[in-house]
Design a protein around this ligand. Structure first.
Ligand SMILES: [Zn+2]
Length: 65
């Protein structure tokens, strides 16, 4: 697996860029879950499973076409 070598097109930079996985801020998610009385919990789980990719250049979120 050489997934890190793969470049993805960034809509912000208008070119192919390398990327990194955006780490989930679990402390922030925990407080959001408390604040919404547990309503946020499914989104927290989804964010953890999704592994959001971010552009190395501009930090924008990258989506698969
Ligand atoms: Zn970018």
């Amino acid at each position: 697996m050489n997934e890190k070598e793969q470049q993805v097109y960034c809509n912000h930079c208008k070119e192919k860029v390398t990327w990194h996985i955006e780490p989930v801020n679990h402390q922030q998610q925990f407080f959001l879950t408390l604040f919404t009385l547990g309503m946020w919990a499914p989104i927290w789980i989804a964010l953890t499973l999704m592994k959001i990719r971010c552009c190395d250049k501009c930090n924008a979120t990258l989506y698969d076409e």
